[in-house]
Design a protein around this ligand. Structure first.
Ligand SMILES: NC(=O)c1ccc[n+]([C@@H]2O[C@H](COP(=O)([O-])OP(=O)(O)OC[C@H]3O[C@@H](n4cnc5c(N)ncnc54)[C@H](O)[C@@H]3O)[C@@H](O)[C@H]2O)c1
Length: 254
């Protein structure tokens, strides 16, 4: 029974930002749970798609897609649906972070972060929701928010990122309610500090400070997010929508 409710067999999942970091690792786990995988990324993720197909014997595809561009998003969803025959699930995960104090942020800085992290999540969710509704299909979406939508990280200034992620959590709730009777569930995960290319290149004294303030005294790994994404995308969570799952080694608890 347990294997069945967590299974993603016969599903096709789009993973945005799947060329590296959280998206890449979670894509491997989704394939292991049985799903075919389509990666959308600014970078060409065809090598990652190939690796997943070979390792898990699932169908995969990769499209270069800029989630901030609604035309690119719409075209890639159409191409993916045509190639895979259908789409069922979306791990809406692409995001960027800028460490810059609010006072120094240019309009371009602000717009860039909000554009990828909030507008991009909306354009992807909207186009995917349209695809499902117009094809009379049920499906699920998991958005990647962040604990930064709830707390303010220090010592770095990152108001644009924090605000965009707070927006993702509330967008998730809004879409969950609008689509509740359409058979589309929308949830989000809010990771704490996770060791990826995004965090690993930050100056070492900040990384040391972060780890000293996390009750678990370490950053999380992308692998530690995979179970939550599988849970929220699968039939293990059929009565769960509009929820945000905090996965942060207790950071927001204290
Ligand atoms: N790493 C962390 O500590 C952490 C914590 C909380 C939330 N998150 C969130 O998790 C998500 C993934 O983060 P990560 O650490 O894996 O980052 P990462 O930088 O390692 O990977 C991000 C991926 O998104 C892609 N991307 C960026 N802009 C894009 C665009 N406009 N269109 C399509 N793809 C684009 C990049 O090419 C890259 O492959 C992000 O939304 C991030 O905000 C990360």
């Amino acid at each position: 029974m347990v294997e069945k409710i967590f299974s993603l067999e016969n599903k096709v999942t789009i993973v945005t930002g799947g060329n590296q970091g959280i998206g890449k690792v979670v894509a491997f786990y989704l394939a292991d749970a049985g799903s075919d995988i389509v990666i959308f990324d600014l970078a060409d993720a065809s090598e990652v798609a190939k690796e997943i197909a070979e390792k898990y014997n699932v169908r995969t595809a990769a499209y270069v897609c800029d989630v901030t561009n609604p035309t690119s998003v719409k075209e890639c969803i159409q191409k993916a649906a045509d190639k895979m025959g259908k789409l069922d699930l979306l791990f809406n995960n692409a995001g960027i972070c800028l460490h810059k104090n609010a006072i120094d942020c240019t309009p371009e800085d602000w717009l860039k972060v909000v554009n990828v992290n909030l507008n991009g999540i909306f354009f992807m969710a909207q186009a995917f929701g349209k695809y499902l509704i117009s094809n009379n299909k049920k499906g699920n979406i998991v958005n990647t928010a962040s604990m930064s939508g709830t707390i303010v990280n220090i010592p770095q200034g990152q108001a644009s990122y924090n605000s965009s992620k707070a927006g993702v959590a509330h967008l998730t709730k809004s879409l969950a309610v609008e689509w509740a009777l359409k058979g589309i569930r929308v949830n989000s995960i809010s990771p704490g500090y996770i060791r990826t290319e995004m965090t690993g290149t930050v100056r070492q004294d900040w990384q040391d400070y972060w780890e000293s303030t996390i009750p678990f005294r370490r950053m999380g790994t992308p692998e530690e997010l995979a179970g939550a994404v599988i849970y929220l995308l699968s039939d293990a969570s059929t009565y769960t929508s509009g929820s945000d799952l905090m996965i942060d080694g207790c950071f927001t608890v204290v």
